[in-house]
Design a binder for this molecule. Sequence first.
Ligand code: GDP
Ligand code: MG
Length: 351
Amino acid sequence: MYISVIGHGRSGKTTLFKALSGVESAQGYSEGDSIISIDVPDERVEELTKIFKPKKSTYARIELADTVAIEEGNLKDSTISAKTLQKMRTSDAFILTLKYFDGAVFEDLEKDFHGIVSEFILADMVQIENRLERIKKQGGKKENTALLQEEALLAQCLAHVNDGRVLSTLDLSDSDGKALRGFRFLSQKPMMIVVNCSEENMGQAASMSERLAHTATGYPVIYACARLESELAMMGADEQETFMAEFAIEESIRGRLIRLAFETLGLISFLTVGDDECRAWPIRKGMSAQEAAGAIHSDLAARFIRAETMSYGDFMKHGSIAECKKAGVWRLEGKTYIVQDGDILSVRAGN
Ligand SMILES: Nc1nc2c(ncn2[C@@H]2O[C@H](COP(=O)(O)OP(=O)(O)O)[C@@H](O)[C@H]2O)c(=O)[nH]1
Ligand SMILES: [Mg+2]
């Protein structure tokens, strides 16, 4: 999972990146260019670690990128570096920071949001037009149904973006969705909006975010003071508690945003336990036990026989695998079992 923090210049992207990663900027990268892998906080891994005392504990991870600023015209005029554009195209999702400090009012948030979305739409438009142009030039089209289908699909996309609408709102069949995947359209990606407010604006931030959610339909909106949160991220646990109480921060943006990212991307985690390692594995909701085994190792999916399964809740309630077996909550599931969030799995595989 790869998420880019995007937004206008001086909207607080780097500050939010610090708050989420707990580092100033990733080593070897300049500001606005950092990519870092961060652990997804998971209480379940902590609790299981206390019980199993494994050699190591591993959390689910997400890759987070601090991207250079996007200003009006950048994407359309290709005045943004190929590297940045690539970073954006390969992202699974975006975090958009909107500036709600230095005198910004609601109309500014709205304008900035529309500005960024327009850039996405224009960038996608250019990409679609280029591809259509190339298809047009290609000979022997009449016999090539795949090409004709692609052309029709792209024409549909073009009409949609020409209407000023993002591609994520275009109703697509599964096969059409698959056909478009390779384009990595920016306006098709999930995006979470962070209203980045000053301390003074904290009081209005909730109602402001709600208003913005009406404008930005389809995009979840949360708010935070990135500057305070970035300070918070650099502190030790004791200090954090005092700081959070002082500024009435109930939960850090890091926890809130990562949870939101999981939801937005349709992810869940299953768990593995043992003396060697306790670990959380992120997978897409709806994956089968065999597919989940493939997240651990492709070999494990190929040789899959059964998955020993119990829920985290049951395990904590009964305290051990043996007790879970006695209570009848430990099960053997087959290939097609749909893995649930918090399932503790142990895959039995053949040779
Ligand atoms: N008051 C206030 N200032 C902030 C906040 N977040 C960022 N800033 C300030 O805004 C300026 C730009 O922040 P930066 O993170 O570098 O923005 P970027 O250009 O989007 O990466 C800096 O001076 C920050 O200190 C915030 O939550 N509140
Ligand atoms: Mg920056």
